[in-house]
Structure formats: structure tokens, C-alpha cells
Design a protein around this ligand. Structure first.
Ligand code: ADP
Length: 435
């Protein structure tokens, strides 16, 4: 830079010197100086014009030709432009990366301007909040219209969140957080918490159900214990026996509940057990025999029909538990005059099926979709007193899903029910032991 200024000073020195010499020769110093200054100014004017034309063209194209200090000025501008261009490219790349990353985020992200207008949003915001490209610039409150959200928009603190249904689908629950990140911009983040809320509800329902199921036997036991404590000595021996029997029944009920809960937990979250060939006909023969030998006074007889003798690739303990639950239910919920038929057969698809069919009271249509929910018990006329935990069919459903099988229930009030388990061909092992 210093070099350019010195050469510029030299130029001025030469212009003055030449003008003075010319003035002396011509005898008119003023005119000579005037001509010299005009030529010097013209030289700068030409370069200013080149700079102007170059700038008007957006500093694009070739660098203008310049002499003296102008050569240096043109070069410095050119270098600045190149550096800016590089920086711009870098920024665009960073912005692109940021956009791709935020687009891939599962949470809806919206950049809000000073007046809460939408400046930018990612793909998830389109999906969860229903935002579209032409909503850019619109006030977010006009598109997400919930009083709770409007209130939050006005008074949001960094840590606070608000729960609202998704404007796209009321079944989706969103947790919204608004974070200020510069003086007049805020970031709205909406997370889909439907599954989380569902799990929380399932967990609290589960605790409520278990407590409810345990309360009845515990109350009965406590009642008998208090009776015994308050003068049990005066009671006749027959009352003792009855009391003892009821206490054993209630203890068994609690034991059943705990056993079923443990099985269900193991089936829901435990590792999948290794599969082996399970001889289903032998398993069913044993289960039906046990059902027929049950020591309850009178119950419907269980008939076994074996249309095939194929085995299954699966876990014997789990299959035993599922089939036993279905047969026990059929016996439990039917009258002694009813019949229970257990059928093991091949299906056209190459798979195998098990039907547990009874001619009992049947189940009303509205209960059918919920039968396999934990603790769900359908109201059955005359069966109010039947003890159960409401976990049996939930266990059956889990065992079936672990065996790639399906549980189907067909029932008609007053005519009976059929619980069918359908196993895919891949799980069937032929009579000869081949799949
Ligand atoms: P529970 O321990 O109550 O038997 P389950 O999960 O095994 O629990 O069954 C859920 C509900 O399904 C039962 O409470 C009963 O109302 C109904 N149910 C199951 N099997 C039958 C059946 N064979 N006939 C009529 N109702 C049945």
C-alpha cells in the first residue's frame, strides 16, 4: 500500500514539474498548471468510471485494467470479493447441513419471528402441526388454535411446556416448548408424546388394577383374622373349617394373580425362549384329561378331537400355559350341561390350528375387541362369581405373538364361543418330524 502511495506521489510530482516547465516555455504558468491538473483529474475520472462499471456488474467478470494506485485498489476489491464468495459458499454449506439435520429431527421445529410469524419450519412440523409452505409469514396462533397454546405463546418461560392435541390428528398428543434464541426470534419445538402418555396411563391403570385385585382377598383374609382374634375360641368347629377354606381360596387367588403377572411380565419383556419341537397332541391330551379330572363339583366335559398329529416349533411351557388358559376358561364360563370341544387340525395354508369351542353363554360383541387387554373381564350373565384375574387371555395373546400365531375369537350371546389359535406353516412340524 505504501508503495502505491509513493508512486502516486511521484506521479503528482511529475505532473507539477512538467506543468512548470511547460509554463516557463509557454510563458503562462497558470494555463500550464490548469492543463496539468485537468489531465491528472481525467486519469482518475477514467478509473472511477471503470470502478463504477465493475461495481454495477456486481464485481463480476474480469478485473478492470488500472494504473498507479488504481491497480492496487482494483486488486484489493477483487481479493475481498473472492474471500466473500468463499465465505458465502461455506455459510451456504453450513446452512444446508443445518437444514438437513433439522429436517431429519423427529420433533417439529419452527422458527418464529418478532411477531410470532413463521420464518422457517422442518418436515416434522408439517406432519405434526399441519404447516405448509404458504403458511410462512403467518402468525403461528392462527394455525395452532388452542387457548392453552395461545397463553403459552404469550408467557412462555424457557423450561415450561404445554400439552396440546395435534391440529392434524386429535389422537396425537404434543408437548410444546418455546425457546427464545435471539432478541426477536424464538424456536418452537413440538414433540410427539402420544406413546409416552399412553405408557404412563397403562402403568397407572396397571397399578390401580393390581391394587384393586389384591384388595378383595386381603379384605377377606383380614376379616377372618379379626374374627379369630376377637373370640374365635367360641366358634363351632364347622365355622373354623369354612373360614379356613375361604382363607385358602383367597390365598390361592392372590397366588394366581402373582403367577399370572409374572408370566405376563416375562412374556412381554423377557428374551424369546429357544424353540423346540412341541408334541401338541400329547400336550392337549394331558390338558384335557386334567380338565376332566378337575375337583370342582360338576363341570362341562372336555372332548378332544385330533384331526392331525403334527407338532409345533415353539416353547412348550408357554404353549402349555396358553392352551391351559383357553381350556380352563371354556370350562369355567360354561354350565355343566354345556360341551367343550378342543380341536387340533391342519389348515389349507399349510399351518395348523387349535379351536377351543364351547356351547356356553357367549360374549357380547362390544367386549370382543378388549378381551385380551390386561385385567379386562366381560360381564357374563350368571358368571359374576367366577373367580379370575383377567390376565389369562392377555397371556394367550402374548404367547401367540411369540409363536408368530394369531388368536381369533368368535362368540355369540347364548350360543357359545370359539377361541382359535392359527399357527403359520413355518411353525408346523409334520408327523415325520419335518417342517
Ligand atoms: P379371567 O381370569 O377373568 O378368566 P381371561 O383373560 O382369561 O380372564 O378372560 C377375560 C374375560 O373373557 C373373562 O373375564 C370372561 O368374561 C371372558 N371369557 C373368556 N373365555 C370365555 C369363554 N369361554 N366364554 C365366555 N366368556 C369368556
Amino acid at each position: 500500500m505504501f508503495g502505491s502511495w509513493t508512486s502516486e506521489a511521484f506521479t503528482i510530482f511529475w505532473v507539477v514539474l512538467v506543468s512548470l516547465l511547460a509554463g516557463r516555455v509557454a510563458g503562462d504558468y497558470v494555463l500550464a498548471m490548469w492543463v496539468g491538473t485537468t489531465v491528472y483529474l481525467l486519469h482518475h475520472l477514467i478509473h472511477v468510471n471503470r470502478l463504477y462499471a465493475w461495481m454495477r456488474g456486481g464485481l463480476r467478470g474480469r478485473i478492470p485494467v488500472g494504473s498507479g494506485i488504481w491497480e492496487e485498489i482494483f486488486y484489493l476489491i477483487y481479493r475481498l470479493r473472492r474471500r466473500n464468495k468463499r465465505r458465502k459458499k461455506q455459510l451456504i454449506r453450513i446452512l444446508e447441513q443445518f437444514r438437513t439435520a433439522t429436517s431429519a429431527l423427529p420433533d417439529a421445529t419452527v422458527v418464529l419471528g418478532a411477531r410470532d410469524e413463521i420464518d422457517w419450519f422442518n418436515e416434522a412440523a408439517g406432519r405434526l402441526l399441519g404447516l405448509r409452505k404458504n403458511d410462512l409469514g403467518q402468525h403461528i396462533g392462527n394455525l395452532v388454535r388452542y387457548p392453552k397454546f395461545a397463553e403459552h405463546l404469550k408467557n412462555s418461560r424457557q423450561s415450561a411446556t404445554v400439552n396440546i392435541p395435534s391440529p392434524v390428528d386429535e389422537a396425537l398428543q404434543l408437548e410444546v416448548r418455546i425457546v427464545p434464541y435471539s432478541q426477536d426470534s424464538r424456536l418452537l419445538i413440538a414433540q410427539d408424546v402420544t406413546q409416552l402418555r399412553f405408557m404412563e396411563r397403562v402403568r397407572s391403570d396397571f397399578v390401580a388394577n393390581v391394587s384393586h385385585e389384591l384388595r378383595t382377598p386381603l379384605t377377606v383374609l383380614r376379616g377372618y383374622m379379626e374374627t379369630l382374634n376377637d373370640g374365635g375360641a367360641e366358634l363351632p368347629a364347622s365355622s373354623y373349617q369354612k373360614m379356613f377354606q375361604r382363607m385358602v381360596e383367597q390365598t390361592n387367588r392372590m397366588q394366581n394373580l402373582v403367577d399370572n403377572l409374572l408370566s405376563l411380565t416375562r412374556l412381554e419383556s423377557g428374551p424369546v425362549k429357544p424353540s423346540a419341537a412341541v408334541n401338541v397332541p400329547v400336550l392337549l391330551e394331558r390338558l384335557c384329561m386334567e380338565a376332566n379330572l378337575m375337583d370342582t363339583p360338576e363341570h362341562a366335559p372336555v372332548r378332544l378331537v385330533l384331526d392331525t398329529r403334527v407338532s409345533l416349533l415353539g416353547n412348550e411351557t408357554d404353549l402349555h400355559s396358553a392352551f391351559a388358559n383357553l381350556i380352563a376358561n371354556a370350562v369355567k364360563y360354561t354350565r355343566p350341561s354345556d360341551t367343550v370341544t378342543v380341536r387340533w387340525y391342519r389348515e389349507e395354508s399349510g399351518g395348523a390350528g387349535l379351536d377351543v369351542e364351547d356351547t356356553g353363554p357367549g360374549i357380547a360383541k362390544e367386549h370382543l375387541p378388549r378381551l385380551t387387554e390386561r385385567f379386562y373381564r366381560a360381564e357374563i350373565e350368571g358368571c359374576r362369581s367366577k373367580s379370575g384375574t383377567g390376565l389369562g387371555l392377555a397371556i394367550v395373546k402374548h404367547v401367540m405373538s411369540r409363536h408368530d400365531a394369531e388368536l381369533l375369537v368368535a362368540s355369540e350371546l347364548g350360543r357359545g364361543s370359539r377361541f382359535s389359535c392359527h399357527f403359520p406353516p413355518g411353525r408346523v412340524i409334520g408327523d415325520s418330524g419335518t417342517q
